[in-house]
Design a binder for this molecule. Sequence first.
Ligand SMILES: *[C@@H]1O[C@H](CO)[C@@H](O)[C@H](O)[C@H]1NC(C)=O
Ligand SMILES: *[C@@H]1O[C@H](CO)[C@@H](O)[C@H](O)[C@H]1NC(C)=O
Length: 292
Amino acid sequence: MKSKLKPIELVVIPVLLALLNLQNWANARPQVPCYFIFGDSISDSGNNNDLSSSAKANYLPYGIDFSRGPTGRFTNGRTMHDFIVKLLGFKDYMPPFAESEGKNILNGVNYASGAAGIRDETGQHRGGRIPFNEQIKNHKTIISRIRSLMRNDSATKSLLSRCIYSVQIGNNDYINNYFKPELYGTQRRYSQQEYATLLVQQLSGQLKSLYDAGARKFAVYGLGLFGCTPYAVSVYGTHGSICVKKVNMGATLFNNRLKPMLHQLNTNLTGAKFTYLNPSGNPAAFGKQRYL
Ligand SMILES: *[C@@H]1O[C@H](CO)[C@@H](O)[C@H](O)[C@H]1NC(C)=O
Ligand SMILES: *[C@@H]1O[C@H](CO)[C@@H](O)[C@H](O)[C@H]1NC(C)=O
């Protein structure tokens, strides 16, 4: 028996099609299988929450504009990585290492920690934090968990080689180390030039150890103009400029050494792709996010 489509069905069909489309979109695979995040407070999403530390952000007004409220992100809203992972097509943000569990780690993990630096002692006056060296150790722990989830070494190796490894570190080696000479000895021992060289050398060793642990695709951030942050401006004064020049010089010296170092790593390490990202654009963009 033939029946005419009733008006209601005419409405239902396009809606169903739209839902199917949405379903497709939700099931679309992200552009990369996994995204690992190393860094400081700019990238942290809650790794310091259970540490005894003054570098914490799991209380209001942090998170005031974020759907999940305060999480340990050092910002009112989402971090840059939250935007990036959504744009890459992931369904969810990367879990902080401190809360990572189960199969979620196959999509990536966030190891970043407020007050952390390239150097282990950086930020120590703030208490607990996870320096970059320790973040790398935590990544190796995650790798062994991935290996036991996958039960296949070559598949694990292949997965790790296709992930993006985001490294955003070094701000604290200045603002919570070099530019606090009353607490740290680095300014007495090194000129600004020597210090930048030392930091970039140490960073290159750390990047190599991630490479040795299977990483191939790196996104490495230069330092922002942290001499333009409200914090730097209030502590050091600007003598009439918008920003603190000697502090910004640290960022410039560091970035000028970082770029050729990454270029060398691209040549030296087979199959590796290091990309430099420059965050030192517009000083007016600073101030929304607390630097630690
Ligand atoms: C391990 O993974 C590789 C692909 O990376 C696949 O070719 C191979 O069949 C897998 N081995 C086992 C035992 O599942
Ligand atoms: C790359 O290799 C050259 C030649 O061995 C070496 O001098 C240089 O230090 C290496 N660069 C890095 C960043 O490891």
